[in-house]
Design a protein. Structure first.
Lengths: 314, 356, 283
């Protein structure tokens, strides 16, 4: 009996049903995060888009510039630096994504094999992943050092080269040196991602394939790859975005040189904004970069979407 | 204690699908009613609506005459036992049972005392400090019962609580729930797809089909006087035999012709002349010295009785014979229909037709 | 040869190749790290020999001593990183778990679309938002403050936290929450008393991940801080800029700044793996 009044009290006379209560609670819980994200993400993005339409430099300040419409964007194609940066970005991204995903898949297959199941391998994969990009860059700067770097020492000992190579002194070499450094750091995460994808493939499919007489290679082509479709797509999209965003590596290793050989779109936007002080133009480049990334993501989804795996979702 | 009434209750989802269509049901205070039906018939949804966990699209749910559509579950004073037990995995048995009182900020001593009493009544005392994952399915279900009982609610709701238990345990738990109901007398609404379960625990059964209630009645009523072939087939195991056939008269004797054979039907049980099917339960299919010849297909002795499938020109019939009977396949037996077990169903609508 | 022994022979060859590949993989992954650690333990004179002088006698902790010394800002930098990363992880967890639960369970209108938009913003490089942020922060006097940096870090850490935790909360059996509602818990009570306590592992994993991301961040740090809140990565970058001929020290600084996050990742790897990698697979 005492509980009856307790119920009434606890129930709190309200004409709001269960479903409505939940909706209100939901709004309440989402609000703080939403406020923060609007303040530090949404508004700055909008401001940055507006900035791209303005002539603003360190003299006028970011919000004091004058409206110049599409001038900044128009300047983009005719800017030689932009062309170089675009070329570098595209090349860097294509190569990195291909190598990282293929190598990652290879490693994932290795670790999924009976012999590779040790936790030790997972641990060593986590180390490059956990490193700060700046720390990674420092490490490779040391490895690539022309006079004392271990790469030159080893290659000379093996007789592959006669003299020290200035890895970071030649535009072509520097770009590839950077690629190697970033690939080395990026492979672990993709490998772990693909490994999880592999472990999600129902074992029974392999058994059925074996009964049907499939070889290991055929099983890979007809069972593994289709099941991995979604995960591969995610891996490719994520890695593409990260490749285009590379900054710390460039800053520490080459600062864009030599001769703009390692300037990417991201770094160009930074340089234009902070070294040249042209904030409007810098914002325009950054926005172009975003459009590029967004377009890429849409493209990938379009390409990979048709042909969902017939069995369990990946 | 509460009387529950559903008036035209409908649950429609965006997209037009109606899980519950204009359901009317009255559950008097203290009654144990079961919502029975196959998966997807809307019984669990109806229960959610009564509990207040889902919003009613149309219609009203009343408790003791008051509309409760806008009230939360706790405001409706209902307790619920779920199919998956839904015990809080990070709390001990004692904490699980006492959670609802803790939410009401009752003093610790009172909570401890009430939990102890409930645990004792359900033989859970030695398990009070365990975590749910350390318990067996049956023990977990009793904890779920305890969690509901401690509330002393107006209404008990059970959502297929025993589906996850093995057969022997299920039968034991049915008995426990029935005893609980007899002891506490709280209005209870029980959902299951198992007709035997419904028959064994309920005061009344509401058979549901595609969001509507097909029939409400006591176990005796739905068994002996099913409202339609749907109900007739759903209740009772093995299933009732429904024979499509024609009524004919010959020399003053009525017959029901099915295929090449015909069964003699006494005038007393003749239906009102429409196109009808004949329904008969296996225990009313008699194997005797004379009658329609049929061949034994298979005999399944289950202990107290033997189910025999007989095949004749017009189809198959199942009969239930007492005891363990050995019948060789391919032998011929003779079948007669017990008159007071004959039911008639309108061929078009499936609804039962009374004797003329 | 019988079929049996032929198959066994093939298997031995396959196994041997796998083992070789595993060795190659291990060397490739650990090689640079091993060299980095070794370099940090050798004095610069030993390192600039050709080939480098790797004799055991030469190993020393001198680089670390130097680098931690008062002449440099490394200690302060690491401390700042610790403070910023902890604050960021903490706030991201609180705000993010609330939002994730709301989106997962509480039918927030437009919730899914909102989340996709937020995820799309992850494609922006920092350069896009750093100028407006810089202006606003300097006007608010938050340049070179912990609060300022943490706020900015939330812009890219909060979305990921929400995304991952949403996946976890969606996996909680709904009947558990319904039972809580029947017991009388409000949605907020359900969140606090039921959902959170049973979600400790993913919450933990997310916190660790957020910490690592905040600790390693460089771009915003270098633009939005000056001297007070200079973080670890900035200090390392200085080493490879200013003191770059002191090779041993340069690498030692990098090693020191990496030890905390590598340790975290390895110690909590079960949580991280279950959380992120699988969360990403489910999509």
């Amino acid at each position: 009996m005492a509980d009856r009044s307790a119920t009434a009290a606890a129930g709190r006379r309200s004409s709001v049903g269960y479903a409505e209560r939940r909706r209100r609670a939901g709004l309440l819980l989402v609000a703080p995060a939403l406020v923060v994200l609007i303040a530090v993400l949404a508004l700055p993005i909008v401001a940055s888009i507006v900035l791209a339409f303005q002539e603003a430099d360190s003299a006028t300040g970011a919000f004091g510039g004058s409206w110049v419409g599409l001038d900044n964007f128009a300047a983009v194609p005719s800017d030689p630096a932009f062309g170089i940066a675009l070329r570098n970005s595209v090349y860097f991204t294509l190569v990195e994504v291909t190598v990282v995903v293929v190598a990652g898949l290879g490693i994932a297959l290795l670790l999924n094999h009976r012999l590779g199941r040790s936790g030790f391998f997972i641990v060593i994969l986590l180390i490059p992943w956990a490193l700060a990009p700046v720390a990674n860059a420092t490490l490779w700067k040391w490895i690539y050092n022309a006079n004392y770097g271990i790469l030159n020492v080893v290659l000379r000992q093996l007789g592959v080269i006669d003299d020290n190579v200035v890895w970071l002194g030649d535009p072509w070499l520097a770009l590839h040196a950077m690629l190697l450094a970033d690939i080395w750091k990026s492979v672990p995460f993709i490998a772990l991602l693909l490994l999880a994808g592999l472990q999600n493939v129902p074992q029974i499919l392999y058994r059925a394939a074996r009964l049907d007489g499939a070889s290991a290679l055929q099983a890979f082509r007809h069972v593994t790859l289709p099941q991995l479709r979604t995960t591969l797509l995610i891996a490719v999209v994520l890695q593409s975005i990260w490749a285009l965003k590379v900054f710390d590596l460039i800053y520490v290793l080459t600062k864009g040189g030599p001769a703009d050989g390692t300037v990417t779109l991201n770094f160009l936007a930074y340089r234009v904004t902070f070294n040249f002080g042209d904030m409007g133009y810098g914002a325009a480049i950054a926005d172009v970069l975003f459009l590029l990334m967004f377009g890429l993501a849409l493209l990938y989804v379009r390409v990979f979407r048709p042909g969902r795996a017939a069995v369990a979702p990946g | 204690m509460a009387e529950v009434e559903l008036v035209g209750v409908t649950k429609r989802y965006p997209g037009g699908v109606e899980a519950v269509s204009s359901v009317d049901l009255r559950v008097p205070d203290g009654e144990f009613v079961t919502l029975l039906g196959p998966s997807g018939c809307g019984k669990s949804t109806t229960l959610s609506l009564i509990a207040g966990l889902d919003e009613v699209t149309d219609g009203e749910i009343r408790m003791d005459g008051r509309a409760v559509n806008d009230l939360t579950p706790v405001e409706r004073d209902v307790a619920m036992v779920f199919q998956s037990y839904a015990l809080y995995p990070h709390m001990t048995v004692a904490e699980n049972i006492g959670f609802t009182m803790r939410l009401r900020k009752r003093p610790k001593a009172e909570i401890r005392e009430r939990v102890r009493a409930v645990a004792e009544s359900l033989e859970l005392t030695p398990l009070l400090d365990r975590l749910p994952r350390e318990l067996s399915g049956g023990q977990q279900q009793r904890v779920a019962l305890g969690r509901a009982v401690i509330r002393q609610p107006r209404l008990f709701l059970f959502d297929e609580p025993f589906s996850n238990l093995d057969a022997a345990l299920r039968i034991r738990m049915r008995s426990e729930v029935k005893q609980l109901h007899q002891r506490l007398g709280i209005t209870s609404i029980f959902v299951t797809h198992d007709q035997e379960e419904a028959m064994s625990v309920s005061d009344r059964i509401a058979i549901m089909r595609a969001g509507r209630i097909e029939q409400v009645g006591t176990p005796e009523e739905v068994y002996a006087r099913p409202a339609s072939t749907y109900v007739a087939r759903f209740i009772g195991s093995p299933q009732m035999d429904i024979l499509p056939g024609e009524i004919e008269r010959d020399a003053g004797q009525a017959y029901f012709r099915v295929g090449g054979e015909r069964f003699a039907i006494p005038d007393a049980v003749m239906p009102d002349g429409r196109a009808v099917d004949l329904g008969i339960r296996p225990e009313h299919v008699l194997v005797e010295a004379s009658g329609v010849p049929a061949t034994v297909v298979v005999a399944q002795p289950i202990g107290p009785s033997t189910y025999v499938t007989l095949r004749w020109d017009g189809g198959d019939l199942t009969t239930r014979l007492p005891g363990m009977v050995r019948l060789e396949p391919e032998t011929v037996q003779h079948v007669r229909l017990q008159p007071d077990g004959i039911l008639w169903f309108d061929r078009e609508t499936g609804r039962r037709v009374e004797a003329a | 040869m019988s079929a049996m022994s032929r198959r066994r022979g093939r298997r031995l060859v396959a196994d041997a190749s796998i083992r070789i590949l595993l060795v190659v993989f291990t060397c490739w992954t650990l090689g640079p790290i091993a060299w980095g650690v070794v370099s940090s333990l050798l004095p610069t004179e030993a390192l600039i020999q050709t080939p480098p002088d790797l004799s055991p006698a030469k190993f020393t902790l001198a680089n670390f001593e130097e680098v931690l010394g008062s002449g440099h800002n490394l200690v302060q930098g690491l401390l700042n990183s610790a403070i910023v990363a902890t604050l960021t992880a903490g706030i991201a967890l609180v705000l993010g778990s609330m939002a994730a639960y709301a989106l997962a369970r509480l039918r927030v209108p437009g919730g899914n679309r909102l989340l996709l938009i937020v995820l799309a913003t992850q494609m922006f490089p920092g350069i896009v938002i750093v100028i407006p942020l810089f202006v606003v922060l300097s006007r608010a006097g938050l340049i070179d403050t912990y609060a300022g940096l943490v706020l900015v870090y939330l812009s890219f850490i909060l979305p990921i936290v929400i995304w991952v935790l949403k996946g976890f909360f969606e996996a909680i059996p709904p009947q558990l929450e319904r039972a809580a509602a029947v017991d009388g818990a409000s949605p907020l009570q359900t969140f606090r008393l039921i959902v959170l306590p049973i979600s400790l592992p993913p919450l933990f994993a997310t916190a660790v991940f957020a910490f690592i991301e905040a600790w390693n961040e460089f771009f915003f740090a270098i633009i939005l801080t000056r001297l007070d809140v200079k973080t670890g990565p900035i200090a390392i970058a200085e080493f490879s800029g200013q003191y770059q001929t002191l090779y041993g020290q340069m690498v030692a600084a990098a090693v020191l700044a990496s030890i905390p996050v590598v340790l975290l990742a390895v110690v909590f790897r079960q949580y991280i793996l279950k959380g992120f990698v699988e969360g990403a697979v489910k999509g």
